[in-house]
Design a protein. Structure first.
Lengths: 332, 213, 332, 213
């Protein structure tokens, strides 16, 4: 295991200290908790957005704390949901009468821990509601299963619900627009290499020199299947066809595209993927309103990428374009 | 047979040792179909529990189990934290105020624990989770206690039932938890949570056998 | 070699197509040239900043094309300086009477190719000047050698000279402030793994599981030496002590810090490094005015990082804070 | 002895073939102390040159060499593009308008080429660059032509001098180009540019020997 860290057991705390030292203009760390909150959070009289999850997905979620996105982010151990008491502290730190919306990625651990935190906050008469993001179309959906994972599409929820909250939308309005984003977002990814959780010290699976893992999650878990490695064009087509199979697009539809790097993939390769994604969408008459390319929701040093498509309407477009100022996501 | 508070604490610490010994096994099982941290999670949780139990001042077994549950919830994270945590917290209620517990208490404890896990995780048997070890173990326990079998036999059958449940998880596809994302690909692997549940029940059997001897 | 690409020989062209498709609001690609220029470049009546170099350093340099930074970026083949004719096209596309400043990283190839392009442009009566960035203190400096390389510190030059140009500074003023940034910037990096040039198909060197390369360039070249891998704190201290050995800082000095990822390093690790860098500077009484953390000047999928320190004065601070809007660097 | 335009073109294409054959060698040499692309660069450049020469319409050897130089400059990039490009462009000037060149022209060509490389790269012999092959080769050429030695002997001595230069580069630390960043660590490795220069001179020797036979 090659990592630039100190003790594996301190990696999250070290990271948060380094993060709050880097971005004092945006965020501060709560003493004794692995929580970062907006610097200027006091008495904002707006709905507060709280998200979080296991660490190892940086810049998610701490990097999205700031104006127009999140008010607080809770960082669990690497790839492990934070505990309810940590989440509860985050809620308490940013809650006012306008209420709090929790943005949860759909993993059993996250859902249960956030749920328990929500129960704790409600017991203290804090107005809390939550949405669960489940954009990963690699996983078959069914009412009898855990359902789909939340992956990179979560950033669209942060951005758009964050803009609605910043515009002083009510808790139910912010929740409604978050649900709309969730309903209109599909994602899927592939990986060329696994990743190593610092505390575990070795990778969860191995891949042959000519193999790739399809339908990977973002926690080093194996994906739905494995194939020979393909060209960027083929990968783009494969991901897109699964995504569009899930949420078909018509000619003249408008979309936002995210080509997300999983941690070790050169930006160069993400742009190469976008070439095909963009061309394929255009061929179908779909209008690409905005494209986001980079490392938004990573999986430590995993090589690979995911593609997310969000179908837009006028409301979503204007919220996507609203000002945002956070360490990792800025719209001027 | 009955267990005092001190014996309960001893038993809980023994569980902690077992989970520590099997940390790598559980993590590797989770690596195959999950995110490879179940052993780390359980060990982290029970290390915290053991530390808490070192200082605990009460004889109230309900209080002891509640402390275990809350310690698990606030230290583990992931899926197993709220699940095992809720199990202990729910179990605590039925023995609140007791300084000694017997087999009938253990039946109620197990019942509440299984209920708690179902409530929190919304899984059913056959979903390839810890429930597939715990539910048959509970049924066996209930039946054997009804039949007034000797305690060692009972606890042995209970942990054997859990082990059978573990083996069953190997044959089925996961519907809950991270392994469900793998679909059919999860077949052929034991569920790590079912294994940790088995290990806990096995430790209960062995520890109580030793106490009795 | 595991890469998400199509044909290795098309990787730069594919990337630029994907890049211009992703960021039409910022930049466009010149037909038939591997050059991207600002979308709104025409008749801007300001000094134009042109930079570039081999590809493989993304987001450098195309990602910094936009308001307040570069006007054009020229992309050579991977790790190979672009040719003079390409650079010349970039200059022509953005030049007006205000003139053009070339920002060159100090590599023999870059310097010679940009120099020839400058000669070509001057022959056409275009006002062109240039600066050469050489921030890498890993390399001993001497008038008889090639001298130091230009690495991540180059981004500070883009940002600050870009702000000066945006503020309608004259060519000599823009050049002067660029020189000031260069004089006050020192950087150094380490690598945990090599990288693979797509056309070569294999890495330039190998590192043992417990080794790291110190004083790496950004082209997959070996560094000045190799050591056992160290903790993040030790790495931070080692880099900082070399950097401060080069340009000592006094108590009350103000600096900008950049912790730059080389491509495959999780952001988590960069924050862990920043924890120590920040603490060490504070111990010395140095004020950290601003910190930049992320992948700014990469080396394909190399794992590792560099630390850059820019000593600030009032002018540099205000230019660093000036608005910038580019795909990869934004200041609101 | 003299070379016609067609023979010059043939010779240039032979150089292209040699560099293609040694692409991996040059790249590996560059990998050890540079960025591992010198073979790729040279091959890319001379592939473009060969293509250009297929269509070239002129008999003017000056024009031919200028085309080679410009093609290298606009196709190679990196350090070797401007260096070899400038060398050919400068050399072109001294044979402008000629349809045939002799040994004395070759001396002037080499002189200008070396001058061009020095001007462009500001290196001196001993810096561990292509100059360490080219400068002794030029000196040997000049001397041998003065002494009126037979052409085959001359060209053989020239390429041998270049090879000695290559071997010399193995012993010294680089002061120019990417290898200079390695400092002392560059000792023990041949300079890739010196090797490509040697290969070019070796091809000139072999090709002209064949033409003569
Ligand atoms: N909904 C659920 N109901 C019951 N048990 C579950 C559920 N989801 C997951 N589990 C159990 O949790 C175990 C995984 O725990 P762990 O690895 O610690 O958490 P995580 O999946 O968050 O990494 C699984 O093996 C399974 O037995
Ligand atoms: N300043 C210089 N003068 C002469 N030759 C040089 C100089 N710098 C580099 N070279 C030559 O260029 C060679 C490297 O060429 P190449 O690998 O194609 O370019 P790059 O270094 O840009 O990748 C070196 O081996 C050396 O012979
Ligand atoms: Mg986990
Ligand atoms: Mg797990
Ligand atoms: Mg090169
Ligand atoms: Mg080279």
């Amino acid at each position: 295991m090659k990592k630039i860290i100190n003790k594996p057991e301190n990696v999250v705390a070290d990271m948060l200290t380094g993060m709050s030292a880097a971005h004092p203009e945006y965020l501060k760390k709560l003493d004794n908790f692995n929580v970062v909150v907006r610097k200027d959070t006091a008495a904002s009289q707006k709905v507060a957005l709280v998200s979080g999850g296991g660490s190892g997905h940086e810049p998610a979620h701490g990097g999205f704390v700031g104006k127009g996105m999140l008010d607080a982010a809770v960082a669990g151990d690497v790839f492990t949901s934070p505990t309810p008491d940590q989440i509860y502290e985050a809620i308490k730190a940013v809650a006012d009468e306008a209420g709090v919306l929790l943005v949860i990625k759909n993993y059993t651990g996250d859902v249960m821990n956030f749920e328990m935190a929500q129960e704790m906050a409600e017991a203290e008469d804090i107005k809390v509601d939550s949405v669960v993001v489940n954009d990963d179309v690699a996983v078959e959906n069914s009412t009898y299963t855990t359902g789909r994972r939340g992956i990179a599409g979560t950033i669209f929820v942060h951005k758009i619900a964050g803009a609605k909250a910043e515009a002083k939308g009510s808790l139910s309005e912010v929740k409604a627009v978050a649900e709309k984003v969730i309903a209109n977002t599909s994602s899927m990814g592939i990986a060329l290499s696994p990743c190593i959780v610092p505390a575990a010290g070795k990778a969860n699976f191995t891949l042959g020199e000519d193999e790739m893992e399809v339908g990977m999650g973002i926690h080093g878990e194996p994906g739905t299947h494995r194939t020979k490695i393909k060209s960027a064009d083929e990968i783009a087509e494969q991901l897109l066809s699964k995504i569009l199979g899930d949420k078909p697009l018509q000619s003249h539809d408008e979309v936002a595209v995210m080509i997300n790097g999983l941690g070790a993939t050169p930006l160069m390769e993400l742009y190469v993927v976008n070439k095909k994604v963009n061309a394929t969408l255009k061929e179908k008459g779909v209008k690409v309103y905005k494209t986001f390319i980079g490392n938004y929701m990573t999986s430590l040093e995993m090589a690979g990428c995911s593609v997310s498509i969000l179908k837009l309407d006028e409301e979503l477009k204007s919220l996507l374009d609203a000002k945002a100022d956070t360490p990792a996501f800025k719209v001027l | 047979m009955s267990l005092t508070s001190n014996q309960t604490i001893l038993l809980l610490k023994e569980i902690g040792k077992t989970l520590e010994e099997h940390k790598t096994l559980l993590t590797e099982l989770d690596g195959a179909i999950g995110d490879g941290d179940h052993g780390i999670n359980m060990n982290k949780g029970f290390t915290a529990v053991t530390k808490k139990l070192d200082d605990i001042q009460t004889e109230d077994i309900g209080h002891i189990l509640k402390t275990v549950g809350m310690t698990l919830v606030s230290n583990v994270g992931g899926a197993s934290g709220p699940l095992y945590g809720t199990a202990f917290m729910k179990a605590a209620v039925v023995v609140a105020g007791k300084n000694e517990i017997d087999l009938h208490d253990f039946v109620k404890i197990m019942e509440e624990a299984v209920e708690g896990i179902k409530m929190r995780g919304k899984a059913v048997p056959g979903d390839k989770t810890m429930l597939d070890a715990l539910e048959p173990a509970y049924n066996t326990l209930y039946q054997a206690v009804e039949e007034n079998q000797p305690i060692e036999d009972i606890l042995k059958k209970v942990k054997d039932a859990a082990l059978q449940g573990v083996q069953y998880t190997e044959k089925i596809a996961a519907k809950k938890g991270r392994a469900s994302y793998l679909g059919e690909r999860s077949i052929g692997h034991q569920d790590p949570g079912a294994v940790s549940s088995y290990l806990i029940l096995d430790t209960i059997y062995k520890t109580i056998r030793n106490i009795k001897d």
